[in-house]
Design a protein around this ligand. Structure first.
Ligand code: KG4
Ligand code: ZN
Length: 345
């Protein structure tokens, strides 16, 4: 089943939900014509996470330039855009407000329709931009703010199977990295450390396996904290990491965390495939889906169950406006427009 019509449309997508300012142009026949991004990671690297006030200011400074760049790169002007699609939930309120306000101003000035997009729907369909994904598919969206499993029946038609009850998967990487005084975002650093010891499970951290499709990662983070304290690697009084010079120890922690995460994801995917045999494909999406080790673990599971498997390219895994423009495209074809009263959340 595929409900997309053949109406040719050009969509401008805008993303500003967290620490990335993005703008992209998607065209029905030509696909993504541009996907511009300004990442604030360097501004937040040493605070261990995103500072909301700073994120809003950065968006405000960059958004006009990024949208202009997206239009220029696609060799079009605003006049040839048919619809403006903008992330309006979920996210940091101040950050979302910048993107939504600018999208509304453009829509008003150029007399274009506007569509508010759910950021998570953007991630969910991000693998469909470059791949012919067969429906129904299951999407594991794993990022800094979310970890959820969706059963996707068609464009815009899906059900939530489960999500995290506490921390997100990416948050677990970020928080453990922070404990070890490693820079934000933690995921890529943890991956680099773990590959040096070839992804061995040194410390057997606890696997939180619930008998449904939900996740829980805060217990894992706490188990690692206690383990660091017990190994005299972390002083809870001063919040100091005491093994900054001991790379071998850091590699072992990173590797054990990654293997544990791989086991948790694999168990959940097996449960999904067994419960819903009609599923054709699996899409691993969101920032955590950049992780090559986790990709290879889930590839093996899909091969065992003979399911198609898709990952977006790295640029479409982390936050970006390409996925927002893509969802905007099928919502426009389904005539699901918003108007200038569009609000955040
Ligand atoms: O999707 P994203 O860019 O933003 C959110 O919507 O949160 O995801 C960012 C998250 C961060 O928590 C980061 O640590 C994680 O994705 N991440 C990774 C990797 N690259 C980014 N986690 C594991 N391995 C990676 N290579
Ligand atoms: Zn995201």
């Amino acid at each position: 089943m595929n409900t997309l019509s053949k109406n040719k449309l050009t969509i401008l997508g805008i993303e500003s939900s967290c620490d990335e300012t993005g703008a992209a142009i998607f065209h029905t026949d030509q696909g993504l014509l541009s996907n511009e991004l300004y990442s604030q990671i360097a501004q937040h690297a040493h605070s261990g996470g995103v500072i909301p006030e700073r994120a809003s200011r950065e968006h405000m400074e960059k958004i006009i330039t990024i949208v202009d760049q997206a239009l220029t790169k696609a060799s079009i002007t605003l006049a040839s855009v048919d619809v403006i699609a903008v992330t309006h939930k979920p996210g940091l309120p101040g950050a979302l407000t910048i993107g939504v306000s600018y999208a509304k101003a453009l829509a008003y000035a150029a007399n274009k329709p506007i569509i508010g997009i759910d950021h998570l729907e953007g991630h969910m369909f991000s693998a469909c931009i470059e791949n012919d994904v067969k429906f129904p598919f299951v999407a594991l969206t794993a990022s800094g703010g979310h970890s959820s499993l969706y059963l996707v029946h068609d464009y815009g038609s899906y059900e939530l199977l489960g999500s995290t009850l506490d921390d997100a998967a990416g948050e677990a990487f970020d928080k453990v990295a922070k404990l070890m005084h490693l820079p934000y975002p933690g995921g890529p650093v943890i991956e680099r450390l773990a590959q040096e010891v070839n992804f061995q499970d040194f410390f057997a951290y606890p696997r939180t396996n619930m008998k449904n499709f939900n996740f829980s990662f805060s217990g894992l983070k706490t188990a690692i904290l206690y383990h660091l304290i017990q190994q005299k690697a972390y002083d809870p009084e001063t919040k100091q990491f005491l093994k900054s010079d001991d790379i071998a120890f850091q590699q072992q922690v990173a590797s054990s965390l990654l293997v544990c995460m791989g086991d948790i994801f694999e168990e959940k995917l097996r449960r999904v495939f067994t419960t819903y045999p009609e599923i054709q494909s699996f899409c691993f999406v969101g920032g955590v889906a950049c992780n090559k080790y986790l990709r290879s673990r889930l590839t093996s599971t899909c091969n065992q169950f003979k399911k198609q498997l898709h990952f977006p390219s790295f640029k479409l895994c982390t936050d970006n406006a390409g996925m927002i423009a893509f969802v905007g495209h099928f919502k426009a074809q389904q005539k699901l427009f918003s108007d200038l009263s569009l609000k955040i959340f």
